[in-house]
Design a protein around this ligand. Structure first.
Ligand SMILES: [Zn+2]
Length: 387
């Protein structure tokens, strides 16, 4: 008999247990799920039918018996993920573990619009799917954008530098073209979730900061992205700093981004782009290193407040500017001299370790949480049983 979606002993829930705690032996899983041997066998058969569970070797037990271990197979399904920025778009084909099979980077013109970019993303995405031979297993699309997302309507509040994206409904064109669900996420949230996944600690609390052209932060509390009521949790880039009068791209004065983002640094150093700033720091320009360290300190001061409120175990700093050593040093000093000492005691603060794949790993994780959720898995089991 098919399990009802709400049943705490359904196949979807067995998979959720295995995702959270696996690899496990059958007996361990049986005890954890509180199921009879027969029912567990049924559930596992349903999950195997969907290619979601696999052998994970054997466990030696006392008395020399070897028990078969089981784990979630999150490598069979494919997601197309894209990270959209103010001056670039990067696409990748990944599995639900975040393994990148192919990727492509595209530079975008200033003030680009969905009318030109969405068809390009779809074209490139289809090409990547063909190249990897994984089109058949495509189960979802994940898209990260530098703005706030209304998660009910799928509409973005874009940054002022991307006015044509403001109010754009982004799910429909992708869902219509590729016939799979579309997940949207703020770019800093996606990066923070990627760093969380890389920790491999399901209940960890982490604050991720992304400093590229602009500045944003994402908060992962006990393994879940905390988005807030309007999707703006962690939007630290446009907090205003007392005493600062610098004009920001948002039209206001004194924002953190106006003093510490890549765009602000480029202006200060008399170069054109964030990439130019990265190059200057790489070449050891004392002026660039000084400015970058000062920018890091400013971000660290704001971050100290977040650290005191959220009290995370981990802080990861990513983005093209964020991972520069002088920036990171500035962040560390800013946090250490301003946060509450008790919030610093066990704080692990460091650079994002995922490099250019950070957003992809995060998006793959968000797709996995959605597509491997008990409700989705139980619906897939039911659909299979009806055939
Ligand atoms: Zn601003």
């Amino acid at each position: 008999m098919p399990a009802t979606p709400s049943s705490p002993t359904s196949p979807g829930h067995v998979l959720a247990l295995l995702r959270a705690t696996g690899p496990l032996t059958r007996l361990e899983l049986q005890e954890l799920a509180g199921l009879s041997r027969v029912t567990l066998t049924e559930r596992l058969e349903a999950l195997r039918g969907l290619g979601l569970v696999r052998h994970a070797g054997h466990k030696e037990s006392s008395g020399g018996r070897r028990a078969e271990m089981l784990e979630v197979d999150d490598t069979g399904s494919t997601a197309l993920v894209a990270d959209l920025g103010q001056s670039h778009a990067t696409l990748a084909v990944v599995d639900l573990r975040g393994t990148v099979f192919a990727r492509e980077h595209r530079r975008l013109p200033l003030r680009h619009s969905p009318t030109e970019v969405v068809p390009m993303l779809l074209d490139t995405g289809r090409k990547l799917l063909r190249r990897t031979g994984r089109a058949e297993t495509l189960c979802a699309i994940g898209l990260s954008v530098p703005g706030q997302i209304d998660h009910d309507s799928g509409v973005t509040v874009a940054p002022p530098t991307m006015p044509d994206w403001n109010g754009a409904a982004l799910r429909e064109p992708f869902a219509d073209a590729l016939g799979v669900p579309v997940l949207l996420e703020n770019d800093a949230n996606a990066l923070a979730f990627g760093d969380f996944r890389a920790l491999d600690r399901p209940a960890a609390t982490l604050v991720g900061v992304k400093v590229g052209t602009g500045i944003g932060a994402g908060v992962v509390i006990s393994g879940r992205v905390h988005r807030g009521v309007s999707g703006s949790a962690g939007e630290i880039g446009h907090l205003r700093i007392e005493g600062s009068r610098q004009l920001c791209s948002c039209g206001r004065r004194g924002c953190v981004a106006a003093g510490a983002g890549g765009q602000a640094l480029a202006r200060e150093l008399g170069v054109r782009t964030t990439a130019d700033v990265v190059r200057l720091v790489g070449h050891g320009s004392p002026e660039a290193i000084r400015s970058t360290e000062r920018a890091g300190r400013l971000v660290g001061t704001v971050l100290a407040t977040m650290v005191s409120i959220v009290n995370p175990a981990h802080v990861r700093v990513g983005g093209a500017i964020g991972v520069l050593p002088p920036f990171l040093e500035g962040v560390r000093r800013g946090v250490e001299s301003n946060a509450h000492p008790s919030a610093l005691r066990d704080l692990d603060l460091g650079p994002s370790r995922l490099g250019e794949n950070g957003a992809f790993v995060g998006l793959a994780g968000l797709v996995a949480d959605e597509m491997l959720s008990p409700a989705t898995v139980d619906a897939m089991v039911a659909a299979r049983q009806e055939v």
